[in-house]
Structures are given as C-alpha cells and as structure tokens.
Design a protein around this ligand. Structure first.
Ligand SMILES: NC(=O)c1ccc[n+]([C@@H]2O[C@H](COP(=O)([O-])OP(=O)(O)OC[C@H]3O[C@@H](n4cnc5c(N)ncnc54)[C@H](OP(=O)(O)O)[C@@H]3O)[C@@H](O)[C@H]2O)c1
Length: 258
C-alpha cells in the first residue's frame, strides 16, 4: 500500500534510537521528508547516516531537548523556515524512571510532568499553526501500554501518559475541523535500549527477555519496526478518519478487554 507520504514533512522527536528511530526510518522509506531530533547532535548525525544507508533518503538532524521550551521553539522554526510546512508531528521522549509510588518526591513528579505531558502539549501547540495549513495534519503521541493495563513500577509514566491520552482526545475534538487527526500509540514490550536497560545486572539478556515475553500471546517481544509500521499507518492518508484513539502495539500482551 502506498501510504501517500511522499509530499509530507514529518518531525520525529526523540529519534536517535529505539522507537523514534524506527518511526523516522519507515517514514523516510515511505517518501516523507523527515526531521529527526534528540539531545545529542553526534548521535543524531550517526542515526541520520544509518537511515540514509537503509532508505537512500536523507533526513535532517536537529538536536533539541524536548523538555527545553527554547530548543523546541527553535526546532519548529528551523523546520518551518527550511521546508515551509509541517504535516506530521511525532511526540516522543525518553521514559521516566521505574519505581514504586512511595519513592518519588515532588521533584520527580515535576520532572515527569515537564518531560512528558507539558512537553507534548508545547510541541503540539508550537506545531499547530503549520499543521492547520496542511491538508492532512497528524499528531501522534508515543505513550505506553500502561495507559491500558497496570504495569509494575510505572506510576510516573502511567500518570503522565493518561494525561496525554486525555489531552489527545481534547485535541482531536478541537483540531478535527482543520483535518488534523490526533492519536496515541502505546507500545507493550518492544526491544529497544530502554527495555535492555531494565534487565537486572548479571542476568542473561536473552533469557530475561524470554521470561518477560512468556505472557505475551504472540510469544515474543516486539521489534521497533513492527511498532513503527502502526505509527506510519496513522500518519498516512489512508488513516484520514481515525482520530482520538489509542492503538496498542503489544502482541496481545495487555490483559485489559477494552
Ligand atoms: N520500548 C518499549 O517497549 C516501550 C514500552 C512502553 C513505553 N515506551 C516509551 O516509549 C518512548 C521511547 O522509548 P524507546 O524504547 O525508544 O527508548 P530508547 O531506546 O531509550 O530511546 C529514547 C530516545 O529518546 C531520546 N531522548 C531521551 N530523552 C530526551 C529528551 N529529553 N529530549 C529529546 N530526546 C530525548 C534519546 O536520545 P538522547 O538520549 O540522545 O536524547 C533516544 O533517541 C519512551 O518514552 C518509553 O518510555 C517504550
């Protein structure tokens, strides 16, 4: 299927690794003009080079910390100045720490708010004037399966991402008249560095991943490309009538019925 992305300008945040990188790769492969961002310019340049090798398409790499308002303002301006449009915004960032509720103080809660809910709100607000001018604007938020079913030690992620889900529903309502769709994609257990870092020291990584995957109906951990394919579909012209939803990509792993 041709996703009809060849004349689209797409910003993918937090894209030097993991899910963001896989999303940037598939969007570039589908012909979109892709701008990737994350904190380290060096890492981003290396990622841009890898994507170019894989897709034979150049991507633009602009460093920005999604939690830094000035950096994001500058990123959006640079993209708008250079490409004249923004059609697709992929809101993504690094994940907050895992721990029990009682171990997080006010500073940890404030940081999680700044890094996730406030950052996604700000990015969307800054991109909105350009998305309104697109004939098919897209905002896609990368959240977590924890917005659908309890995930141990994920209170910061769950609380902030439930906020993102609520905000996305409001945005879908308000931006619909501009033909902008707003959706969330919720990864279950997808093999990236974030997941690798949760494996306890001294444990065999393959064994640990097999153990974690044993309750997933498809019997395995997901690959970033499988997750990115769902995001690319939501970014496509074909997904023009899907808005305000949270799509789980988890191999059937969630124990929730709806
Ligand atoms: N993988 C999963 O199974 C899974 C499951 C549930 C939820 N998630 C969520 O999905 C998101 C992406 O996860 P991932 O697995 O792809 O993680 P990852 O492999 O650790 O990659 C994180 C990416 O985010 C960038 N980043 C981190 N903090 C940033 C910031 N403040 N500003 C800009 N870029 C930043 C990193 O680059 P720099 O460090 O260079 O900035 C890197 O490119 C996370 O929020 C994670 O919690 C993932």
């Amino acid at each position: 299927m041709d996703l009809k992305l060849s004349n689209k300008i797409a910003i993918v945040l937090a894209a030097s690794k993991g899910l963001g990188k896989a999303i940037a790769t598939i969007l570039a492969d589908e012909g979109a003009t892709v701008i990737i961002s994350s904190r380290s310019q060096e890492q981003l340049d290396a990622t841009a080079e890898e994507i170019k090798k894989e897709t034979r398409r150049s991507v633009t790499a602009i460093a920005a910390d999604v939690s830094n308002p000035a950096a994001i303002e500058s990123l959006i301006k640079q993209v708008a100045d250079k490409f004249g449009a923004i059609d697709i915004l992929i809101n993504n960032t690094g994940g907050p720490p895992f721990d029990k509720f009682e171990n997080f103080d006010d500073a940890a809660w404030k940081k999680a708010f700044d890094d996730i809910l406030l950052a996604f709100a700000r990015n969307s607000r800054l991109a909105l004037p350009y998305l309104k001018k697109s004939d098919s604007g897209r905002i896609i938020n990368i959240v977590s399966g924890s917005v659908k079913a309890v995930l141990e030690n994920s209170v910061l992620s769950t609380a902030m991402r439930m906020g993102v889900v609520g905000m996305a529903k409001m945005m879908a309502d308000e931006f619909g008249p501009y033909n902008i769709t707003v959706n969330n994609v919720a990864p279950g257990f997808i093999l990236t560095d974030r997941i690798k870092h949760t494996i306890p020291e001294g444990k065999d990584p393959d064994q640990a991943i097999k153990e974690k995957a044993k309750n997933i109906p498809l019997g395995r951990i997901g690959q970033p490309e499988e997750f990115a394919a769902a995001v690319a579909f939501l970014a496509s012209e074909q997904a023009s009538y899907i808005s305000g939803v949270t799509l789980q990509v988890d191999g059937g792993g969630s124990r929730a019925i709806y």
